[in-house]
Write a protein that binds this ligand. Structure first.
Ligand SMILES: [Zn+2]
Length: 146
């Protein structure tokens, strides 16, 4: 239910496990506990159970991504050094890659305008700090101020 938020958290560098729809509550609780994760959910019942089991829990009520992010950032410390350190599709840590190795894999304009590139060793997706990234930083800074 919180797929957009999960992507955002990965962009920000948080190790984010996204539970798929086939997982039941007990499995989600088990993973939260075993991997010492913070449970972020819109499911009221799941949130209550997690709190009862003393798991760190953030219950999301809003459907608005800005509101969701604001609430999460209030509860979790953000480290700007981690920005863009994870693949937003599969959560793997990305690695810096020599610009020349990806020449034909990104749009020409992107190649020309950027010096640093990263790739995901798991799914091979390539990342760079383009306008999307800069807009994201702007948005986060704005959210933090309110
Ligand atoms: Zn990946």
């Amino acid at each position: 239910m919180l797929g957009t938020l999960a992507k955002w958290l990965r962009i920000l560098g948080f190790d984010t496990f996204y539970a798929n729809s086939t997982m039941d509550d007990s499995e989600i609780l088990r993973i939260t506990k075993n991997e010492k994760r913070i449970l972020i959910t819109r499911d009221k019942a799941l949130s209550s159970t997690a709190k009862r089991e003393n798991l760190q829990t953030i219950e999301i009520k809003s459907t608005d991504i800005d509101e969701q992010l604001k609430l999460v950032l209030k509860n979790i410390k953000l480290d700007e050094n981690n920005f863009l350190s994870r693949c937003l599709l599969c959560n793997t840590l990305v690695e810096e890659i020599d610009k020349n190795k990806i020449k034909n894999k990104v749009p020409e304009k992107v190649f020309k305008n950027n010096e640093k590139f990263w790739y995901c060793p798991e799914c091979n997706r390539i990342y760079w700090k383009g306008s999307h990234y800069l807009n994201m930083i702007k948005k986060i800074n704005k959210l933090k101020q309110h």
